[in-house]
Design a protein around this ligand. Structure first.
Ligand SMILES: [Fe+2]
Length: 477
């Protein structure tokens, strides 16, 4: 096996971005505090962990998927990490080397339509008793067994899913539906679908766009799904030459589209806003006045080598520049107008909240505060109180950086700060890794507990919480 050469120049192969080779199962020791008696379930986080040396230039998004999880049960905690074993993973394992180039290189058209490796490395979604691993460019939804994290194969929803599924599908807790998108540089550029609580695709609708747009997330309310037509797009001339190249059209307004969840034949209602890109939304809902509200992390300068960018240090990932700020948009449905308001000027990303509130008005959300660094590092987690528009931070220790914090509701609790915030926290200089559990209602307190992880947990992407009662009920079926 060709090990990954971490001496290569990509910053995302060095320090705590460097991959780990071992798959480990180990009980965790408590360093401080104690594991809450009512913390029952699995915290799981996905990320990029290249198994073989990259072909050509490496981008952090290229690596194989690896899930790191901590299972809390009866006051004890067990850590596991396992690769997401996709079809592409098995092909490369058989070859003993990387077969795909990454997104910094031209796509390998000889592998059409799988021109980039579907790694399942980006997101995790707990839906209908299945944990799904998902890929940001839109791939197969891989089922992951719990608690052992073995990849079980592709979830096709009884062969009703005829497209791929991108990262960030969202469950509507009121209806039990799963809403998702698929997107592509070739037509159809964007497809929006929904899956019933019984686990079958019930709608799949092509959203007409003028051209290929980079997509990443969606939001929904009880009546609408919000889709995006950003000013950040693939260059069509580059595509004609067999290359993928992103461009940011500062002269082209971004459009947000409201797609009716009630009338499949209704035209999309498009609203224009300033040119921007957004990786992650926080939430959307319909307010008492009948307006649609949307909160998200907007980035105004998404392209790293754009000469008109502000002269500030911001995290970059290859050609992507990540300097997002918290913005609220209000859709005035009567006037057909959309207005935006920046709520905070601190760079923050990877927002989370109580997932049970998706599509309904929430009060609290939790975003990761980006350090002033050239790579993406979070030096704290901040709770935003939407009602008061106030912010309260929990700083990670000096030299330590946290990942995406998931909100784990306290069993029986209903308030969206009645629960725990959980994430991996790693000392950059040494790779020492811990799991921290915070009380979401008491952000400035010391962690409720800190657990020592005896192996290094590389910096990663998205996480989820699987409640113990749902886990047990899924394993019985
Ligand atoms: Fe994401």
């Amino acid at each position: 096996m060709t090990a990954v050469d971490t001496t290569r120049t990509s910053r995302y192969l060095l320090g705590n971005y460097a991959p780990v080779q071992e798959e480990t199962t180990v009980g965790l020791a408590v360093l401080a505090g104690e594991i809450p008696a009512d913390l029952d379930g699995i915290f799981a986080r996905n990320g990029s962990n290249p198994r073989f040396a990259p072909r050509g230039r490496y981008h952090w998004f290229d690596g194989d998927g690896m899930i790191h999880a901590v299972h809390f049960e009866a006051g004890a905690a067990t850590y596991r990490n396992r690769y997401v074993r996709t079809a592409s993973f098995y092909e490369e394992e058989a070859a003993g080397e990387s077969l795909w180039t990454g997104i910094m290189e031209p796509p390998d058209l000889s592998r059409f339509p799988q021109v980039f490796k579907d790694s399942g490395n980006t997101d995790l979604c707990w839906f209908n008793g299945d944990l799904l691993a998902l890929w940001w460019l839109g791939g197969d939804a891989y089922k992951i067994s719990l608690p052992d994290l073995e990849t079980q194969g592709i979830q096709t929803f009884g062969n009703t899913l005829e497209t791929h599924m991108a990262a960030h599908p969202k469950v509507d807790s009121l209806t039990g539906e799963l809403l998702y998108i698929d997107f592509d540089p070739m037509p159809p550029y964007l497809t929006l679908g929904s899956i019933s609580p019984a686990g079958a695709v019930t709608s799949s609708r092509v959203i007409e766009l003028e051209g290929p747009r980079l997509q990443h997330d969606i939001a929904f309310t009880q009546d609408w799904v919000i889709v995006f037509d950003f000013s950040f797009m693939w260059s069509r001339s580059a595509l004609r030459e067999g290359r993928t190249e992103l461009e940011f059209a500062r002269d082209k307004p971004t459009r947000f589209g409201l797609v009716s969840r009630r009338d499949p034949n209704a035209a999309v209602r498009w609203f224009e806003t300033e040119p921007c890109f957004m990786y992650h939304v926080i939430n959307a809902w319909q307010d008492a006045a009948g307006n649609v509200r949307l909160l998200g992390c907007r980035t105004d300068d998404p392209l790293a080598d754009d000469p008109t960018n502000p002269d500030r240090i911001a995290p970059t990932l290859g050609k992507l520049r990540l300097e997002p700020q918290l913005v609220e948009w209000t859709f005035d449905l009567g006037a057909g107008a959309l207005r935006s308001e920046q709520l905070w000027d601190v760079v923050n990303e990877f927002p989370r909240m109580d997932d049970r509130r998706f599509g309904q008005q929430h009060r609290y959300s939790y975003t990761q505060r980006a350090a002033a660094a050239e790579t993406l590092l979070f030096d704290g987690v901040v709770r935003h109180d939407y009602v008061m528009n106030t912010f309260e931070a929990h700083d990670w220790p000096q030299g330590w950086y946290g990942g995406e914090t998931v909100f784990s509701p306290r069993p029986g609790g209903t308030s969206d700060d009645d629960g725990y915030l959980i994430t991996f926290v790693v000392e950059e200089a040494t790779g020492r890794s811990e799991l921290h559990v915070l009380d979401a209602a008491r952000m400035s307190d010391e962690p409720v507990c800190r657990l020592a992880i005896p192996v290094r947990v590389p910096t990663g992407y998205h996480s989820t919480w699987i409640p113990g009662d749902e886990l047990r009920s899924a394993s019985r079926t």
